[in-house]
Design a protein around this ligand. Structure first.
Ligand code: CP
Length: 304
């Protein structure tokens, strides 16, 4: 079983992973040898802090081993992804890959003899969404009936949140004046709409009313953030998005918890003041990447 997105996961399966993550967080000593002798290959075409650290530490704390592989130093750069993955998957028990293109990840999944986990591509970020839902369940003791408002660019994180929320009974409203076209998955959006739990609007003030959680993400994808060729598009986005910044004014009268998957760009998608506010659960959310990584690994390796 791979985790490319949540298409092959039922709501019950997602809840099982989320609940196990909470259980592991509370009882880490029970899992110290759960992946004894197992290896995880972590291969990155893009930068990462949380995804790399959480999966590497997760493997160590579960008694296994993780290999960090920088794509640029491998022969993936000069050979077929299919052939290189055939080899790689004969030496490890699981692969976690952060690739630029979902199409390449699909090739990897097809070639692999072992589970492949999507560490974030242009369409999905499923491991982030598991940590997000775990954090929400910890805060409220349930998922069904909660309301999350995502404010930002419609992107990979947004897709996985929509999929994860609607499968676990959470209402999700997106306020996304810009749609990152490479992330488009109309099947995912249509499926989410059919549940009656997904809506999209530009009325941000109305959307945040009664929200349990308000969530934002970067307005510029990580691979473009420092790219001078992307400067004009970055400026265009800032102009359109500034009225949608999460700040004191936007959240006046709201008790919603504030979420962000990080890395944060202070003063852009969120004001510094709101990152530090008592409503912010951003750092807990990022810490939960560790426990959710453990739970995902155990599930995909058939250990729970
Ligand atoms: N949220 C997230 O995936 O963080 P990194 O890009 O640092 O891994």
């Amino acid at each position: 079983m791979h985790m490319i997105n949540f298409k092959n996961f039922s709501g019950e399966a997602l809840i099982e992973i989320i609940d196990k993550a909470i259980e592991i967080k509370n009882n880490p000593e029970n899992y110290r040898e759960a992946l004894d002798g197992k290896s995880l290959a972590m291969i990155f075409q893009k930068t990462s802090t949380r995804t790399r650290v959480s999966f590497e530490v997760a493997m160590t704390q579960l008694g296994g081993h993780a290999l960090y592989i920088d794509w640029r130093t491998t022969n993936f750069t000069i050979a077929d992804i299919y052939d290189e993955t055939q080899y790689l998957s004969r030496n490890v028990d699981c692969i976690m890959a952060r690739l630029k293109k979902n199409a390449d990840l699909q090739v990897m999944a097809e070639a692999s003899q072992v589970p492949v986990i999507n560490g974030c591509d242009e369409k999905y970020h499923p491991t982030q969404a598991i940590a997000d839902l775990m954090t929400m369940k910890e805060k409220k003791g349930k998922l069904k009936g909660l309301k999350l408002v995502y404010i930002g660019i419609h992107n990979n994180v947004c897709n996985s949140l929509i999929e994860g929320c609607t499968k676990t009974g959470v209402k999700i409203i997106t306020v996304t004046p810009i749609f990152n076209e490479p992330s488009r998955d109309n099947d995912l959006l249509n499926e989410a709409k059919r549940t009656g739990l997904y809506e999209t609007t530009l009325d941000v003030k109305q959307a945040v009313k009664d929200a349990d959680f308000v969530y934002t993400d970067t307005w510029v994808d990580m691979e473009f953030f420092l790219d001078p060729k992307y400067k004009k598009e970055k400026e265009r986005r800032m102009k359109i998005m500034m009225p949608y910044q999460i700040n004191r004014e936007l959240l006046k009268g709201s008790n919603a918890y504030i979420m962000h998957d990080m890395p944060i760009h202070r003063g852009y998608e969120i004001s510094s003041e709101m990152i530090e506010s008592p409503q912010s659960i951003i750092y807990e959310q990022s810490e939960n990447r560790l426990y959710s990584a453990k739970s995902i690994l155990l599930k995909l390796l058939g250990k729970c």
